[in-house]
Design a protein around this ligand. Structure first.
Ligand code: AFP
Length: 311
């Protein structure tokens, strides 16, 4: 079918990255290749693998597939010395002395309980120089992938947060092309998404959420961090996986999930907190360490800290 609309050629990921750090470019391109291959596997891999990951979550076959796919592609770049993953107990390392190489911490498939329902999925990558674990402040770069109606990559290029989308038709079909750069998280909040069972929220979290509702923010929660967070990034508001009763450190892993996303959030003009200070200031002692996180529009994040300091 002809659309009748003139579609100008758009900047490809390779062209765009050729103006930046060549090592980071190799990592980003490896992730882009993995994302395309993983998206192609979605209709085929729908079962459970039978094992559990480092946090005790049941693994889907796609969790195992995506972990091996991205770990292999990243180590094959020759610039990555260590890959740590939510799906592995210990990190995988390249041979030789690679202490000053790049290290990548990843959640290769975020939201795997959404595979069977065809809801958005994600992948998250934090890139550091030197051995892991390190704090989010030491991040060099970060990227996340959304597998939704569109396959997108969101990452920092220097201090600019950019989005690329995979074309599925037309002369650039199969290529990632520039969709947005200099993304700014709107200060005026529109949406919120808070994880965990509401009955387990602490009174101060419950009170904060009630105040968001009273201000007319719209609830957006689908159970995939990246899908829910991406709405906050583009529409303004807050995503949280809060402290829970009996689970004061929440659920999300600092290295694999909350630090990379907090890093991109700050570059986009937003901020993050654990309730006491920025997620980026946590120095995790273990790869799979968790912490509560509240990420989004700067004013709401500051409000959380103010409310929690008196509560
Ligand atoms: P799964 O990968 O097991 O689906 O977990 C996804 C996740 O880590 C994160 O993406 C969500 O924000 C969070 O869990 C949802 O958890 P709750 O169901 O407890 O809200």
């Amino acid at each position: 079918m002809r659309t009748g609309v003139e579609r100008p050629r758009r900047t490809t990921l390779e062209e765009f990255l050729s103006n930046g750090d060549p090592e980071i470019a190799k990592v980003y391109l490896a992730i882009a290749e993995g994302a395309t291959r993983l998206a192609g596997e979605l209709p085929f891999q729908t079962g459970m693998a039978g094992g559990t990951n480092s946090s005790g979550d049941a693994q889907a076959t796609l969790d195992v597939f995506s972990n091996d796919l991205f770990a292999d592609l990243l180590l094959e770049t020759g610039v990555v010395g260590e890959v740590a993953s939510e799906e592995m107990e210990t990190s995988r390392r390249a041979s030789g002395d690679r202490d000053h190489a790049l290290s990548v911490a990843m959640d290769p498939l975020d939201g795997s309980s959404n595979i069977t329902t065809n809801s958005p999925l994600g992948s998250i990558f934090g890139i550091w120089r030197g051995r892991l674990p390190q704090s989010g402040r030491a991040l060099v770069s970060a990227m996340f992938v959304t597998y939704g109606p569109q396959l997108t990559l969101c990452f920092n290029f220097g201090r600019s947060v950019c989005q690329f989308v995979e074309m599925r038709a037309g002369p650039q079909s199969g290529e990632f092309v520039l969709a947005a750069e200099g993304i700014h998280l709107p200060e005026e909040p529109e949406v919120y998404g808070i994880g965990g069972d509401r009955v387990k929220w602490t009174p101060r979290v419950e009170e904060f959420v009630r105040s968001l509702e009273a201000r007319g923010l719209r609830l957006r929660y689908g159970g995939t961090f990246i899908g829910d967070y991406n709405q906050v990034l583009r529409r303004g508001g807050i995503f949280a996986y809060p402290e829970l009763q009996g689970k004061p450190n929440g659920k999300l892993r600092v290295l694999y999930e909350s630090a990379p996303v907090s890093f991109l959030t700050e570059l986009a003009g937003g901020s993050s907190t654990t309730g006491k200070g920025s997620v980026l200031d946590i120095h995790p002692k273990a790869l799979a360490e968790t912490a509560p996180c509240y990420i989004g529009s700067r004013r709401l994040v500051q409000e959380i800290e103010e409310r929690f300091s008196t509560h």
